[in-house]
Design a protein around this ligand. Structure first.
Ligand code: PLP
Length: 449
C-alpha cells in the first residue's frame, strides 16, 4: 500500500526528467502529459529546490571528485606563459605515466574527452584504408568502430555477445590467417562500460605474439586506467587512452593518451589527417614544457592532486580496492537473487557492475526512482540493453561505505519498482564480505592494535 502511494507520487515526476529538463527547471516548466500519468499538473515552485544531503553519484563516469582535488582546482586565472609553467607541465606528463604502468611510453595530455583520445590513437598511427581488427561487445566498442569507419579505415569487426569480452583464440586465428600482415592494428576496449566486462589485454598480447603478428595494439582504457590493473610496458600496449572523468576522478575535459616507441615510429608514416590531436605538435612543444594550445590549468592542477593520491595509496592497493568494491557489489547482486550481465567470472569488471533485472521489470524505472526518491544516480542500460539492466559505477574516488549507500538505494528502488527483494538481502551480503576483507587505513593502524 505504502509502495503504491509513493510510486504514484514519484513516477509522474520521473517521466518529465527523461525529457531532459533539469531538476531545478521542473516545477515551472513541466507540461503535464495526461497519457503517462493521472497526477495533477505541477505548480510553479517559489524557489529552486536542492535536496538536503549529497547526491549519490554511482554512474561509471563522471565519478565523485575528492575534496583534495576540488581544492587543488580552485585557482585564479594564471598565465601558462609565465616561467613556472614549463616545469609544472613536464611534471604533469611525467606523473601521468603512473596510471598507465609505463616508463617507456610518451604521454600526451589533450583538452578533450575519451572520444578525442580514440581519435588521437587512430589518426597518429594509421593511414586511410589500413586494416584494423576490433571486437564489438557494447556501445563504446561500437562507437570506436564507427569512428574508425568514418576515418576511412578498413575495420574487421568481430561481434561478440554483449556481456562477453575479447576472445583471444579468435584474435589469434584472425592474425594467423593474415599471412601478408595486412592488419595494421588490433583495437580493444579494455573495460566495456556498457556491459561491465573487462577484457584480458595481457591475453590479447599473448594471442598476437602466438600469431607472430606485428600489428599495433591500441587500447581504450577509458574506464579501466587508474582503477584496474593496467601494465602498458609489460603488455606492450602501443597506444593507451583514458579520460579525466573516469578513474582519475576529475571533471570531464582531459583526454590522456600514451604512445609506445613503436607507435611513435608508426606515426612517421601514418597518413590519416590530424590537426588538433596531432602528436607531432605536442612532441615539438612538450619536451620544453610548452603546449601547442591553451591548457586547462585548473584541470592540470586537479590531475596532479589526483595522481598524487593514487601514488600515496599505491597502484597495487588501488587495484585491490577496486576488486574489493567490485566483489562486494557482485555479492549484493547474488543476495538479491539477480544476475550479472557478464556471465563469465574471468571478465567481470571491478569498475562497474551491470545488473540484469527480472523479465517484465523496466530497469529505467529503477534508475529514475533511485534518482527521484533517494537522490541516487545509477547508470541506465545503454542501447540494445536499455530497460533490461542498470549499472552501478564504483571506480575512482570510492570506498566501501560510499558504495553501500548505492547498494541500499538500488535495493529500495528495485523494491519500489516491484522486484521481489527482501530488504537488506544485497546490502547484507556486501557488508558481510567487506567487514572481512577491508583493510585498516594505512595511517590509522596504531589505533586498532
Ligand atoms: N570508451 C569507454 C570505455 C567509455 O566508457 C567512454 C565513455 O563513457 C568513452 C570511451 C567515451 O569517452 P568520452 O565520453 O569521455 O568521450
Amino acid at each position: 500500500m505504502l509502495r503504491e502511494v509513493s510510486q504514484k507520487r514519484v513516477l509522474p515526476f520521473l517521466g518529465q526528467i527523461t525529457r531532459g529538463l533539469s531538476a531545478s527547471a521542473l516545477p515551472e516548466q513541466v507540461q503535464y502529459d495526461p497519457q503517462t500519468s493521472s497526477a495533477p499538473t505541477p505548480q510553479p515552485a517559489p524557489f529552486s529546490y536542492v535536496p538536503p544531503g549529497r547526491n549519490h553519484l554511482f554512474v561509471p563516469g563522471p565519478v565523485n571528485i575528492h575534496e583534495r582535488v576540488l581544492r587543488a582546482m580552485h585557482v585564479p586565472g594564471q598565465n601558462h606563459r609565465d616561467p613556472w609553467f614549463a616545469q609544472f607541465f613536464k611534471d604533469c606528463l611525467e606523473d601521468s605515466k603512473l596510471m598507465y604502468g609505463t616508463k617507456e611510453a610518451t604521454p600526451f595530455i589533450f583538452s578533450g574527452t575519451g572520444t578525442g583520445g580514440w581519435e588521437a590513437a587512430l589518426c597518429n598511427t594509421l593511414s586511410p584504408g589500413d586494416k584494423v581488427v576490433c571486437f564489438r561487445y557494447g556501445l563504446f566498442s561500437h562507437l570506436w568502430i564507427d569512428m574508425m569507419q568514418r576515418l576511412g579505415l578498413d575495420v574487421q569487426v568481430v561481434d561478440r555477445p554483449w556481456g562477453e569480452g575479447a576472445n583471444e583464440d579468435m584474435l589469434e586465428d584472425i592474425l594467423r590467417k593474415d599471412t601478408e600482415k595486412k592488419i595494421k592494428a588490433v583495437a580493444v576496449v579494455h573495460n566495456e562500460t556498457t556491459t561491465g566486462v573487462t577484457s584480458d589485454i595481457a591475453g590479447c598480447r599473448k594471442a598476437m605474439d602466438a600469431a607472430n603478428h606485428p600489428a599495433l595494439l591500441l587500447v581504450d582504457g577509458v574506464s579501466s586506467i587508474g582503477a584496474l590493473e593496467f601494465r602498458m610496458d609489460e603488455w606492450r600496449v602501443d597506444v593507451a587512452v583514458t579520460g579525466s572523468q573516469k578513474a582519475l576522478s576529475l571533471p570531464t575535459g582531459l583526454a590522456f593518451v600514451a604512445a609506445s616507441p613503436k607507435a611513435l615510429e608508426a606515426m612517421k608514416s601514418a597518413k590519416l589527417k590530424r590537426v588538433y590531436y596531432d602528436f607531432a605538435d605536442m612532441l615539438r612543444t612538450n619536451p620544453s614544457g610548452n603546449v601547442p594550445y591553451t591548457p586547462s590549468l585548473a584541470m592540470l592542477y586537479g590531475m596532479r592532486e589526483s595522481i598524487k593520491m593514487l601514488r600515496e595509496e599505491g597502484m597495487e592497493n588501488v587495484f585491490a580496492r577496486h576488486h574489493r568494491l567490485g566483489e562486494g557489489a557482485r555479492r549484493a547482486v547474488e543476495g538479491w537473487g539477480l544476475k550479472l550481465l557478464c556471465k563469465n567470472p574471468r571478465w567481470r569488471s571491478d569498475s562497474l557492475t551491470v545488473v540484469e533485472v527480472p523479465e517484465g521489470v523496466d530497469s529505467n524505472k529503477i534508475v529514475k526512482t533511485a534518482y527521484a526518491k533517494y537522490d541516487l544516480s545509477l547508470g541506465i542500460g545503454l542501447a540494445q540493453i536499455n530497460g533490461k539492466v542498470f549499472r552501478i559505477g564504483h571506480l575512482g574516488n570510492m570506498n566501501e561505505l560510499m558504495l553501500v549507500s548505492a547498494l541500499a538505494g538500488a535495493e529500495m528502488a528495485m523494491i519500489d519498482a516491484g522486484v521481489p527483494i527482501k530488504p537488506g538481502s544485497g546490502v547484507g551480503k556486501a557488508i558481510e564480505y567487506w567487514h572481512q576483507t577491508s583493510s585498516v587505513i594505512k595511517t590509522r593502524e596504531s589505533l586498532v592494535q
